[in-house]
Design a protein around this ligand. Structure first.
Ligand SMILES: Cc1cc2nc3c(=O)[nH]c(=O)nc-3n(C[C@H](O)[C@H](O)[C@H](O)COP(=O)(O)OP(=O)(O)OC[C@H]3O[C@@H](n4cnc5c(N)ncnc54)[C@H](O)[C@@H]3O)c2cc1C
Length: 396
């Protein structure tokens, strides 16, 4: 395999590699911790084979892939029914993008190689009173001196932090000042999750997963050397983290969904609907919707690489993906019927857990994660189309 391989060559190389190496029986795991361990092993195997980080630059093993190659990898991974890398998702996208774009050399050297050895990151942005209005965060950090260097002493709570219960490090947004604009008092820290004073409590979800957790911070000391950017400049750094969430991750997710359409086709055959014109019509509509979501993600990234990005472009991609995911999993629920709903593996759901009902319920999470659908629509309406702005001060 070379980094100049054509997408077709890559596809056949990857198919052979997956036939020999894809994880077996991953849906039979019944324990969350064991599932997280299996995720880590699969990630390390992909790193070794050069398929884990196609979106990183080429100085990293398996990096430097074109968008076309990245799409092939995601599609083939889904078609081979491999588990999505949820455990290392924040590390390889959010942490990577933040460190690569905003961290100093010492921080990059210290943390980037660790990600490829399986060091896991979580994102500590949202708080109980600060989600859509992220700039309202209250988690407080006060600077103090210690004999071996200055630290921030952090107190507060984070919530909805994906895989935080397994994380080694956290991308943490804190408030260092309450003066002036809300955004101006925010600082960005890299926090070791093993620091004294960090308590993580997993959140149990409706479908039995524990995909995210609350993080409680009680006088946690974070060295000032672990700050990314200047004090009070954390809002700008956070945009690098969020841009990766609203760009590359959606390329992966939409292309995985495209690769996974074969599972729906299989279900149609298995349940005897191959001649059912209604079902076939709905499947056709789904294929079109998934293709459109993938095409939007592709075009968005091609434009971003070319330096073209309008306010609202990312919101369109995000909403197209979450809508298509809902349609995909809903058709699975309809086709699978009750029998499919009784199968309930522990797989940190979203796409292809093996339980269509869990996937359908979890599809709603994607209308919230990374910025809710309503807020994305507001961005499109107000900032892209110039429609009247939402009245100030109204409450839900
Ligand atoms: C699967 C998943 C994974 C996540 N992972 C992480 C993570 O790793 N780290 C992290 O920090 N956070 C994470 N989050 C949190 C996510 O970023 C927030 O849930 C999201 O920003 C919404 O914030 P909220 O939950 O506080 O809802 P709120 O902001 O309270 O919104 C509640 C409802 O009100 C609506 N609403 C809010 N404001 C407006 C408005 N101005 N106009 C119209 N409607 C409005 C919203 O659309 C929503 O329906 C995750 C969430 C999910 C679902």
């Amino acid at each position: 395999m070379t980094d100049q391989a054509s997408p077709d060559t890559l596809r056949s190389e990857l198919r052979s590699w997956l036939a020999a190496n894809k994880p077996q029986g991953w849906r039979d795991i019944t324990d969350h911790k064991a599932f997280a361990d299996s995720q880590k092993q699969w990630f390390l195997k992909l790193v070794e084979a050069g398929y884990a980080i196609p979106h990183w630059p080429k100085e990293w093993p398996g990096g430097g892939r074109s968008l076309a190659e990245q799409k092939v990898i995601y599609e083939e991974m889904a078609a081979a029914d491999t588990p999505r890398l949820l455990l290392s998702f924040i590390s390889t996208y959010h942490a990577y993008a933040t460190l690569h774009e905003c961290a100093n050399d010492e921080q990059k050297t210290r943390y980037l190689p660790g990600i490829l050895k399986g060091e896991t990151w979580c994102q500590g942005f949202s708080e109980p009173g600060a989600g859509s209005d992220l700039a309202a965060i209250k988690c407080k950090a006060e600077r103090d001196s210690r004999p071996d260097g200055d630290v921030y002493v952090v107190n507060g709570q984070k919530i909805w932090s994906t895989m935080a219960q397994y994380a080694d490090m956290c991308l943490l947004l804190v408030r260092t000042s309450s003066e002036g604009a809300k955004q101006a008092g925010i600082t960005y820290l890299l926090m070791d999750m093993k620091s004294p004073g960090v308590t993580v409590r997993p959140i149990e979800q409706i479908q039995g997963d524990e995909e995210f957790a609350e993080i409680f911070l009680d006088n946690v000391e974070v060295p000032v050397s672990q700050r990314v950017g200047e004090e009070g400049a954390g809002w700008a750094v956070a945009q690098a983290t969020l841009a990766s969430e609203r760009g590359l991750t959606l390329l992966e997710l939409s292309n995985r969904m495209r690769g996974a359409l074969s599972r729906v086709a299989e279900l149609i055959r298995e349940h005897g609907h191959a001649e059912d014109r209604g079902i076939l019509r709905d499947f056709g509509a789904l294929v079109t919707q998934v293709d459109a979501a993938s095409a939007l993600a592709d075009r968005f990234l091609e434009n971003r690489i070319a330096g073209i990005e309008r306010v609202g472009d990312a919101s369109i991609v995000k909403n197209a993906y979450s809508r298509a995911l809902r349609a995909y999993s809903l058709l699975g629920v309809r086709l699978g019927g009750m029998a499919e709903q009784y199968r309930a593996p522990i797989t940190f759901g979203d796409l292809n857990t093996g339980n269509w009902m869990a996937d359908f319920m979890n599809s709603y999470a994607w209308t919230i994660a990374g910025g809710s659908e309503e807020v994305q629509r507001n961005i499109i309406a107000e900032r892209m189309l110039g429609m009247p702005r939402e009245p100030k001060g109204w409450v839900l």
